[in-house]
Write a protein that binds this ligand. Sequence first.
Ligand code: DGT
Ligand code: CA
Ligand code: CA
Ligand code: ZN
Length: 576
Amino acid sequence: MTNRKIIEVLYQISELLELKNENKFKIRAYVKLSQFLSGYEHELGDIYKKDGIKGLVEVPNLGEGIAGKIAELIDTGRLKYLDELKSSLPPGVEKFLEIPGMGPKTAFFVADTLKVKTVEELEEALKEHKLKDLKGFGEKTEEKILKGIEIHKRGEKRKLLGYAYPIAEAMIKELKARHKIEKIEAAGSLRRMKETVGDIDILVSSDDKSVMDTFCSLKDVSAVIAKGETKSSIYTVYGMQADLRLVDTKSYGAALQYFTGCKEHNVFIREISVKAGLKLNEYGLYKAKTGKLIAGETEADIYRELGLQYIPPELREGSDEIKMAAENKIPVLVELKDIKGDLHCHSNYSDGYSSIDIMAMAAVKCGYEYISITDHSQSLKVARGLTPEALLKQEKEIDALNEISTGFKIFKSSEVDILEDGSLDYPESVLQKMDMVIGSVHSHFNMTREEMTKRLLRAMDNKYLTIIGHISGRIINHRDPYELDYEEVFKKAVKTGTVIEINANPERLDLIDIRVKEAVRMGVKLCIGTDSHAAEDLGHMRYGIGNARRGWATRADILNTMTLKQMTKWMENKKK
Ligand code: DGT
Ligand code: CA
Ligand code: CA
Ligand code: ZN
């Protein structure tokens, strides 16, 4: 039983309790614990195994009552309490709760009055406008729920990159630990760092054939779909399928190329080989006439023999990457090791879980030279936004920390709300004291494209605004982006020197890849920030890097590849 699975159960309980109108404090205990666990570095399973319930109770936010339930979960894989909660609800309600925008009350109401039990039945009833005629519900509500259903269906199929990536990593680690392995890595959309992935594809080369047995008996397996000598598919407890393919070392590069995709890229690549009198498949690259093998062991060999520059996986999306590679125009893309600091981090002053010094220490561990503390501004009450007085206190704490450190700096900043009219949520007297300022939209999402564009353009007129945070407002699988004229915004960003953020949080990954490409083309300066709410989240930087690379960004395009010295100077100039 992993923390991830436990979190799922805790959330479910909290939602069911809410539905039953239970005690608010009781509900909050579950929510708080699951939020805490999502950033917790230790596995509760390990703690329980070592120290029993006593160990669990020592975990922050974890009380005795819940500890007993978690112990039951770990021991049996089930929880009686949850089963009872579920069976006390009208059928269907539990499913409806998974629909974005559907609160417990509505879920209860539709199940009760429309007498529908599945999401499909609900969808049908809505399309027949059965809800519209009822008291208090209009066409708007119908549309909203239908939209939620659509997003929900998408989300059921594809998982976030940040969800799937650690799962794939752990599987690979386990296989490596138990077998002598030549080469192993994830292929498919995961290797291309696509924002969502359909399934996990792993490729391995090893003389030890029993690696397949291990794969099919991993602790994460909920069902074995197919098991063979060279290919197996499993279904995992995380709601995703994973495939393992065992290939010959001689063919490893060819197989990796083939199974990395995407399909369109592969089709184009094969066309090129045919034109060159060659034949490419997952075993190798051959002379068409004689069948002689000319490449196969590495991907680099294959691209080279096709007369192409090496194409990094993140670019293989079947757009213009092959044409560019033929002309030797693939740039050196930004890499994780180029990043010198994180510019978007929350602390426990607002809605983060870690203190400033813990965040800073984690940043040092990442090899960074600086971190920017960007807590929320005063209007964002739900995220405990800081009053100017609280900011002063934070400023003092940061000054004190900076005084005792050398070669590492904490920048004083804030993620300031861009208010409805495009003004910023602190007066200039407060903003001017900060090293930098992120401006983000956290409210009034329902504006027209013109209004929202105007709002952002106006924010960029504020000379203290340094960066626009998570520009589209989307939450993948939960909230669609608002409408925005990106060309106008990018133009203004170039003119005012405003930086646009690539938000590395797996739920946001915002700017999206094709817009990163557009921004790079227009000369917009970008930065990558994790939007961390706990020290562990700093590790999300890799997803931001993946996204930046998918948008063809180089080191020079990304602000936070600057050293501390360069960055300090850049900020001073920006404020002038
Ligand atoms: P996903 O899993 O939906 O996020 O996307 P992928 O790209 O990982 O797709 P998947 O898992 O179906 O297959 C992995 C790769 O294998 C895919 O990117 C390209 C290759 N592949 C799979 N089926 C075909 C095919 O029918 N034709 C070609 N050319 N390549 C294929
Ligand atoms: Ca896949
Ligand atoms: Ca697959
Ligand atoms: Zn934000």
